[in-house]
Design a protein around this ligand. Structure first.
Ligand code: MIG
Length: 792
C-alpha cells in the first residue's frame, strides 16, 4: 500500500486570523490555509481550501454553473467560538480555532460535522498537495452513491478508489471499475445530505473502515473542493446533485426500446437475418448494434470492405424494418500513414503526448495507436465532425467503448501523458478520470452540431460526474451468472442514485452462456432499467431471445412487450429526471427514509414513483421475500392489495418478476408495438389504482414528438393527473400544459381495486362502463379535466 492509499500524513490548518465576505462568498484566512465558502443556494454550499495565496482557476468539467435554485436568504454572524452562515435551511458553523465546519438544519439538528476536518500533505513528487477531509459518522448513519461500485448499496465500513478502469469479467466488490463518480449521500435520523468531491485526480473514500467514527475522502492532487448538498430527502439530494452536474437531455424514445447487440454481428447478411428474426418472432426490438468488426481492421470511422461493402443499403433496409443502427467507436486511432483520420490528427497535433514529447502510443484493437486528447476543445470539435458520414448514412446511436482509456499493455495511459485540459496543461493523473466523459461529450456535441434538432443516442462505458448530460451508460463486461444479475441490479440503482439514471447492464451477461431461466430473469429485471440491451462476447453463443427454446421465447417476449406497454410511463419518468433531476430508479430507502427497515433492503427498487419491482435472482426460485415501503401497493398481476412497511413472501412463476403498483397511481399504457413508431397511437390506456386513503396522489404523462429538442421550448404535452377519494366519491383531475398538439384523442380507462362502482360522471353526465373480473373499463376524451367515480 503506497502512502496515498492509506490516509495521508497530514498538516492541520491552524486557526482563523481574519475573514472577508463578498456577497455569497466567504474567505477565512487561517495560519496555514484559506477556506472559501460559497453559498450557491439555500441548500448547496461549495467549499474549497487552499494552501497557497491563490486558489486554482474555478473550473470544473462536472458542473455547468447553472445552479438549481436561487439563494433565498443569507445571514452571517460571529460569536466567540464560531462564524455562522445562515440560509433558509442551513446553519453552517465555522470554528475559529481549527476551521472545522458543521451543518445544522433550522430545527438545530446536526446534519454533518467534522472529526479531523481538512488537512493536507505536500506532494514532493509531483508538486501540489494531497488533500484530505474527515467527517463524523453519526449514529446509525448509512451511505450511498459512488457510481458503479458492485458492492452492497450501503457503503459503510468500506473504502473505495475512483480511477476509471477497464476490468473485463469483474467480480462482486471489485474496485475501481469503469466510472469515477466522487459523490455520496449520507442518511441518519431521517436526515439526508450529499457530498460531491469535485476532484478529477485519483480519489479515495473511506466510510468508517480506517476509523469507525470517520468518513473521509482524499485525493492525490488538486484541491479540496467539494459541495455540501442538504436534502433532507435522500431523493432530493440526488436530484440537486444531478442538476448541479448537469441535467440530462431527453433520449429519443426508440432508445428506450429493446436493443440487441453482439460482438459482433457480421457480415451484413447476418445483421439482416437478426433483424428479420425479431420480426418473424414478433419480439419487439428497436436497434441492432455493430461492434468492432464492422470496421476495416478496427480503424475508427471505416467500414470493412467485405463484411459491409454497402453500409447505406444495410442501414436503409434496417430502417425500413423499424430498426435503428448503432455503431461502436473506440478512442484509439491506428498509426498508419494514408489513413485519413490518423493523418489529420497527426498533422493538427490532436494526439496525446508523453512527458518529453513523443506521442502517446499504445496497443488496442487496431494495433499500435495514438489517442485524441479530448481535453482539448479543438480536438473535440474535430472528433465531433468525424460523425458526419455516419449521420448521413442514417446511423442513430454511437457507442463509446474503451474510453477509461483502456490500453492493452499498460491498462491505461502512463501517468506522465500530457493533456491540454482547456489550456490548463496537466498530466494524465489529473485528466484520466474525465477522458471517457469528454469523449462522450465530443460525440454528443458533434452530433448536435451536425443535426441540431435531432436527438441521437450516445452510450459511454467510462464516466465522471456529469456524464449524464451526454447520454446513456452501461456497466461493462459482466458475466452470465446469477451473482451478476444481483450485481447489475445494485449497480443500476447506485448509478441512478449518483445522477446517472440512463443506465443498464449487458442483459444475460457479456461473458458466458446463460441458460434460458437466467436470461429470462435478467430481462424481467432489465425491462425496468432505463437502458435495455442484450449483449454477448465473441467467444460464446448468441444472446438473442430465441436461442433459449420455445418455452423461454414466450416468456422473454412477454417481458419485452410489457416494456413497450410501459414506454409512456418510463418516458414520463425521464421527463422528471430531465426537468427536476429526479432519479428514474429509486432505492427502497429513497421511498421511505424514516423507516430503518429500508436501510438494508437493497434488491427492491422503484422505477419512477409508482412501480416497484424486485428481481428473482436464484435459479429455480418461484417466489421470494421482499419488503414493501410505506403506502399501499397492488400486485400488478392480480390486483391483490398489500400494505406497506411489511415483509412478504411473494409467490411468482417463471413468467414474471414481482411487480407492484402504488395505490392511487395512474399508469399510462401503450399498445404493444414491434418498435417505437410502428403504430400511430391515438388512444392509450390509463390504469387507475384505487387508494382507500383520502390523500391525493399525483401521476404524470409526458408526450412530445419523441425525437427533437422542441420540448426545450415548451413544445410538449404534460398531463398532471390527481386522484383522490373524497367520502363516497373517487375524483380524477387532469391539468394539461405545454404547446405540443397531442396525438392522443382518447383514454381507455381501467379501474383496479375499486369497490362497487355505482356511476361515472363528468359534470353530471354519466359514462357507460363495463366490468370484468373486478376491472371497470370506460372511455374518456383525452382532454377531460375531471370526472367522478361514485362508489356504492
Ligand atoms: O476489449 O468491442 O465492454 O461491450 O463488445 C473488449 C468489443 C472491447 C469491450 C466492451 C464490450 C465490447 C468489446 N469491448
Amino acid at each position: 500500500m503506497s502512502h496515498t492509499e492509506s490516509t495521508p500524513h497530514r498538516s492541520a490548518t491552524g486557526s482563523i486570523i481574519f475573514y472577508k465576505q463578498h456577497r455569497n462568498k466567504f474567505l477565512f484566512h487561517a495560519t496555514n490555509t484559506i477556506l472559501e465558502i460559497k453559498v450557491l443556494n439555500d441548500k448547496i454550499f461549495k467549499i474549497r481550501y487552499s494552501q497557497d495565496r491563490d486558489f486554482e482557476p474555478d473550473f470544473s468539467y462536472a458542473t455547468n454553473n447553472a445552479h438549481t435554485a436561487a439563494l433565498g436568504f443569507l445571514n452571517f454572524e460571529e460569536n466567540e467560538e464560531f462564524y455562522i452562515i445562515y440560509t433558509n435551511f442551513i446553519h453552517c458553523f465555522i470554528k475559529k480555532s481549527d476551521l472545522k465546519i458543521s451543518f445544522f438544519n433550522t430545527e438545530k439538528e446536526i446534519i454533518l460535522d467534522e472529526t479531523d476536518g481538512y488537512s493536507f500533505e505536500e506532494n514532493k513528487e509531483f508538486g501540489g498537495y494531497n488533500v484530505y477531509c474527515g467527517k463524523k459518522i453519526q449514529e446509525e448513519e448509512v451511505f450511498f452513491g459512488l457510481g458503479d461500485k458492485p458492492t452492497e448499496l450501503n457503503l459503510k465500513g468500506r473504502r473505495f478508489t475512483n480511477w476509471c478502469s477497464d476490468i473485463p469479467a469483474f467480480q462482486k466488490d471489485q474496485d475501481p471499475l469503469y466510472k469515477s463518480i466522487p459523490f455520496y449521500s449520507g442518511l441518519h435520523h431521517g436526515i439526508a445530505y450529499g457530498i460531491f468531491f469535485d476532484n478529477t485526480f485519483k480519489t479515495y473514500f473511506d466510510f468508517g473502515l480506517n476509523e469507525s467514527s470517520t468518513t473521509c475522502f482524499w485525493s492525490e492532487g488538486g484541491e479540496m473542493s467539494y459541495y455540501f448538498i442538504y436534502g433532507p430527502e435522500l431523493i432530493e439530494v440526488t436530484a440537486q446533485y444531478t442538476l448541479l452536474t448537469g441535467a440530462p437531455q431527453l433520449p429519443p424514445l426508440w432508445s428506450l426500446g429493446y436493443q440487441q447487440c453482439k460482438w459482433s454481428y457480421f457480415p451484413d447478411s447476418k445483421v439482416e437475418e437478426i433483424a428479420n428474426s425479431f420480426r418473424s418472432h414478433q419480439i419487439p426490438c428497436d436497434s441492432i448494434s455493430l461492434d468492432i468488426d464492422y470496421m476495416d481492421k478496427y480503424k475508427c470511422f471505416t467500414w470493412h470492405p467485405e463484411y459491409f461493402p454497402n453500409p447505406k443499403e444495410l442501414i436503409d433496409s434496417l430502417k425500413n424494418k423499424g430498426f435503428k443502427t448503432v455503431v461502436i467507436i473506440d478512442p484509439g486511432i491506428k498509426i498508419e500513414k494514408g489513413y485519413e483520420i490518423y493523418d489529420e490528427g497527426k498533422a493538427s497535433d490532436y494526439f496525446c503526448k508523453r512527458a518529453d514529447g513523443p506521442l502517446m502510443k499504445g496497443t488496442v484493437w487496431p494495433g499500435s495507436c495514438n489517442f485524441p486528447d479530448f481535453t482539448d476543445p479543438s480536438v473535440r470539435v474535430w472528433w465531433g465532425h468525424l460523425f458526419r458520414e455516419f449521420i448521413e448514412l442514417g446511423i442513430e446511436g454511437f457507442w463509446n467503448d474503451m474510453n477509461e482509456p483502456a490500453v492493452f499493455e499498460t491498462g491505461t495511459f502512463p501517468l506522465d501523458v500530457r493533456h491540454i485540459y482547456e489550456g490548463m496543461l496537466c498530466s494524465h493523473r489529473k485528466a484520466h478520470n474525465v477522458y471517457g466523459m469528454l469523449m462522450a461529450r465530443s460525440t454528443f456535441e458533434g452530433l448536435k452540431t451536425l443535426r441540431p434538432n435531432e436527438r441521437k443516442l450516445v452510450i459511454s462505458r467510462a464516466g465522471y460526474s456529469g456524464t449524464q448530460r451526454y447520454g446513456a451508460v452501461w456497466t461493462g463486461d459482466n458475466m452470465s451468472t446469477w451473482e451478476h444479475l444481483w450485481i447489475a441490479n445494485i449497480q443500476c440503482q447506485r448509478l441512478a442514485s449518483s445522477g446517472i439514471s440512463f443506465c443498464g447492464s449487458d442483459v444475460g451477461g457479456f461473458i458466458g452462456e446463460p441458460n434460458g431461466e437466467l436470461f429470462a430473469r435478467w430481462i424481467q429485471m432489465s425491462i425496468f432499467h432505463p437502458f435495455l440491451r442484450a449483449h454477448a462476447t465473441s467467444e460464446y453463443g448468441d444472446k438473442e431471445p430465441w436461442v433459449y427454446g420455445e418455452a423461454y421465447i414466450k416468456i422473454i417476449k412477454k417481458a419485452i412487450e410489457l416494456r413497450y406497454q410501459l414506454l409512456p410511463y418510463i418516458y414520463s419518468a425521464f421527463w422528471q429526471y430531465v426537468n427536476q433531476g429526479l432519479p428514474i430508479l429509486r432505492t427502497l430507502v429513497m421511498l421511505d427514509q424514516k423507516n430503518y427497515e429500508t436501510y438494508y433492503r437493497i434488491e427492491e427498487f422503484a422505477i419512477g414513483n409508482h412501480l416497484l419491482t424486485c428481481p428473482i435472482r436464484n435459479e429455480g426460485a418461484l417466489g421470494r421475500r421482499l419488503y414493501l415501503p410505506q403506502g399501499d401497493w397492488y400486485y400488478y398481476y392480480n390486483d391483490v392489495l398489500y400494505e406497506g412497511r411489511k415483509e412478504y413472501w411473494i409467490e411468482t412463476n417463471i413468467e414474471c418478476n414481482p411487480l407492484f403498483v402504488r395505490a392511487g397511481a395512474v399508469i399510462p399504457f401503450y399498445p404493444v408495438q414491434q418498435h417505437v413508431g410502428e403504430k400511430e397511437i391515438n388512444s392509450i390506456q390509463l390504469h387507475i389504482y384505487y387508494n382507500k386513503n383520502e390523500q391525493p396522489i399525483n401521476s404524470l404523462l409526458f408526450e412530445d414528438d419523441f425525437k427533437s429538442y422542441n420540448y426545450e421550448n415548451g413544445v410538449y404535452c404534460l398531463r398532471n393527473f390527481t386522484t383522490q377519494l373524497v367520502q363516497k366519491e373517487y375524483q380524477f383531475k387532469q391539468e394539461i400544459s405545454g404547446t405540443y398538439p397531442t396525438t392522443i384523442i382518447e383514454f381507455e380507462i381501467k379501474l383496479h381495486g375499486f369497490p362497487n362502482v355505482k356511476s361515472i360522471k363528468t359534470n353530471e353526465v354519466t359514462t357507460k362502463f363495463s366490468k370484468e373480473t373486478n376491472t371497470y373499463t370506460f372511455n374518456m376524451p383525452s382532454n377531460i379535466s375531471s370526472f367522478k367515480i361514485e362508489l356504492a
